[in-house]
Design a protein around this ligand. Structure first.
Ligand code: GLA
Length: 371
């Protein structure tokens, strides 16, 4: 289709997290990769201060006024876009009106960050449409703030950050305390295969916020003994053993997950740099067990998917990815075994659950861009 004058197209990727789950909002380490599933925003300038938002995936259009004095979230998909617009305006950026056409290949609610892809693509488009330049770190932070404050999901920075900074051929190791990052090349001969359980449990959002509160309770405990502790990132295994014993069992387990998971990400980065995929895969397995038993964010369908994958030859590692309570697993699979993997896991999962899974053999991708 020919473009209308002034029309621009932007896209931001979904992501998969290789390791480092529920560590971002604890100031810890994560290792996501951007994937070649995208949310695309076509923007056409308007002369007023209104946003007209249309998505190919939903029938209802939305109109939003930048000058609305009391914008509130409505539980609608468009909250992600309006939230970014409100947050940018509150940060002092004066936006110009526009019509937005949204289309996406990132499955919604599957834990592959469709919301961050939408926030980042829309934010980037709105800023560019208003001739405003900001750096990507600031964009990621503002999109996270939109989700925290406007949508009400207390997510960390991982998803928005990778949607901004992803690079094809690489995973990205991010220190969520300093926001320093390192790009880690993925060795040839291995594929990232994502298995979608097609299940999304209702508890996902409320339990996510509960986990955050439990971690905060853990921090308050350790800070009594070690005053420099302001997040679980500063808590060592020794602190956990020494000062965690009187914690309620649940809080202790949440803290143990975060502390051990941070250590696993550091080890996994070293393993990747040495192309030691076996060691990397073992760390993925340990991460899954910790998320299942200590953090309690897995579910029967995710555990089944991981168990099935682990039985297939040529799989280095498998684990749940993202927030949990359904969604996807990430599997590190030898390139020449991918076809068999896909067939075996799909058949096994359908037999066990009666649900036909979707399986994506992904390539890594670049962060948000102007097309
Ligand atoms: C969701 C959140 C992220 C992160 C993960 C869990 O994807 O948006 O910030 O906390 O869950 O690792």
């Amino acid at each position: 289709m020919p473009r209308i004058e002034g029309q621009r197209i932007y896209r931001a990727p979904g992501r998969v997290n290789l390791i480092g789950e529920h560590t971002d909002y604890n100031g810890g380490f994560v290792m996501p990769a951007a994937i070649d599933l995208y949310t695309q925003v076509t923007i056409t300038p308007r002369d007023d201060r209104k946003l007209l938002i249309h998505s190919e995936s939903f029938s209802d259009d939305v109109e939003f006024d930048f000058d609305d004095p009391h914008p509130i979230a409505s539980g609608h998909w468009s909250d992600y876009v309006c939230g970014v617009a409100v947050t940018l305006e509150r940060a002092g950026f004066s936006l110009k009106g526009a019509a937005l056409e949204i289309r996406s290949t990132v499955p919604i609610g599957a834990g592959l960050s469709s919301s961050a892809a939408l926030e980042v693509a829309a934010g980037y488009a709105l800023l560019d449409n208003s001739a405003i330049q900001i750096d990507r770190t600031e964009l990621a932070k503002l999109c996270q703030r939109a989700e925290n404050e406007f949508v009400g999901m207390r997510c960390g920075i991982m998803d928005q950050f990778i949607a901004c900074f992803g690079q094809a051929g690489h995973a990205l190791m991010l220190d969520c305390r300093s926001l320093d990052y390192r790009l880690l090349p993925l060795p040839p001969g291995v594929r990232l295969v994502i298995c979608n359980t097609m299940i999304r449990h209702e508890l996902a959002a409320s339990e996510y916020n509960n986990r955050r509160s439990e971690c905060e309770a853990g921090v308050r405990n350790f800070a009594k003994f070690v005053p420099s502790v302001s997040s679980l990132r500063n808590v060592t295994l020794n602190d956990l053993e020494g000062y965690g014993r009187d914690l309620p069992e649940v809080i202790y387990k949440r803290c143990r997950h975060v502390v051990t998971e941070n250590a696993r990400v550091v080890e996994a980065a070293a393993a990747l740099e040495q192309s030691d995929l076996q060691a990397f895969g073992d760390l993925m397995a340990a991460s899954h067990r910790s998320l299942r038993d200590d953090y309690e964010v897995s579910c029967a369908e995710l555990d089944t998917m991981v168990d099935l994958a682990t039985q297939v030859e040529g799989v280095y590692g498998a684990r749940m990815t993202g927030g949990g309570f359904g969604g996807c697993t990430i599997n590190l699979v030898k390139a020449d075994r991918v076809a068999e993997f896909t067939k075996d896991v799909a058949r096994g999962y359908e037999q066990a659950t009666g649900v036909v899974p979707e399986i994506y053999v992904c390539s890594t991708a670049d962060g948000v861009a102007d097309l």
